[in-house]
Design a protein around this ligand. Structure first.
Ligand code: MF3
Ligand code: CO
Length: 291
């Protein structure tokens, strides 16, 4: 049970404002929607202005690192070089790569090539060659605030089929983003992502989704792209989460590398693509925090 807050008490969000002019009406609205049987966010995932300012600073590093990689990634480069760049740049800007040692993850970044779905280990043995598609997934901690986003890169001459997979996956994220607004549901976004992938003959990985992010690397909610409009958690101002569908050219099935328990591959060996953005639900829509 939540302690009852008086109308003139300071709001629970930490804004310093009185409850009655801050989150009281908001709480009443959430309680009404919860009573209709919907999943609603807990207070601890709703960020205040000061927390958002910290998160935005973290996001600046994430974006800068991905911009640098975008400008320098090339055929013949190995993915351990990308790992080194991410580590060096993040540290130089005062941040910490969030993946490093996270639940035992041994690198600063995930680099997932072709049929690797996610969590690909950077390695000097993985040399990028013409025709490869690669996801570089960067996450940063700055002053305790987390950011997380990823982009796809096409190396040299990529086949039209793979190029289309990369482009459609990006469109999935953009269409999902359009559905992000307060008092909607995460399923509105999830269905938009899924429908576009499906309409293009692709499948969307079920077992791994997006997540709340900001005060922790992975917070509530878990974000599915196999959800339906009007379902899943209510979106409210101050929520921050990722949209990061993994879209497979072929079958939906995946497997995890038996030896390292991290790297995820498509079961049929066909390529998979992923873009990840981090979004904030605002009073009147959304703000992309990093991409
Ligand atoms: N950035 C990814 C995510 O969306 C990958 C997790 S990083 C790892 O959560 F450390 F867990 F590999
Ligand atoms: Co993520």
């Amino acid at each position: 049970m939540l302690a009852k807050i008086g109308r003139n008490d300071p709001c629970w969000c930490g804004s310093g404002k009185k409850y009655k002019i801050c989150h009281q009406t908001f709480d009443e609205r959430i309680a009404r929607i919860a009573s209709q049987g919907h999943k609603v966010p807990s207070r601890k995932i709703i960020k205040n202005a000061a927390q958002l300012a910290g998160i935005r600073e973290s996001c600046k590093i994430n974006i800068a690192v991905l911009d640098y990689i975008e400008a320098h990634i090339h055929e013949g480069m190995n993915t351990a070089e990308i790992d080194q760049i991410v580590y060096d740049m993040t540290r130089r800007m005062g941040g910490i790569p969030a993946p490093l040692h996270y639940q035992g993850y041994p690198y600063s970044v995930c680099t997932s090539v072709n049929d690797q779905v996610c969590h690909g280990f950077p390695s000097k043995d993985v040399v990028l060659k013409s025709g490869d598609i690669v996801n570089v997934d960067v996450s940063t901690i700055l002053n305790g605030y987390f950011s997380d986003s990823s982009r796809m890169f096409c190396i040299g001459e990529v086949s039209p089929e793979k190029k289309r997979l990369v482009e459609v996956t990006k469109e999935c994220v953009e269409l999902g983003l359009k559905e992000v607004k307060p008092w909607g549901f995460l399923g509105d976004m999830g269905q938009a992502v899924h429908d576009h992938a499906f309409a293009n003959g692709y499948t969307v990985v079920r077992e791994i989704g997006g997540h709340g992010v900001g005060l922790e690397f992975h917070e509530d909610p878990w974000v599915s792209y196999n959800s339906r409009r009007g379902q899943e958690m209510l979106m409210v101002p101050g929520m921050t989460f990722t949209i990061e569908p993994m879209v497979n050219m072929g079958k939906v099935d995946i497997y995890v590398d038996d030896k390292n328990k991290w790297e995820v591959y498509t079961a049929d060996g066909l390529p998979s693509a992923q873009w990840e953005i981090m979004v904030l639900v605002t009073e009147d829509g959304h703000e992309v925090l990093c991409w």
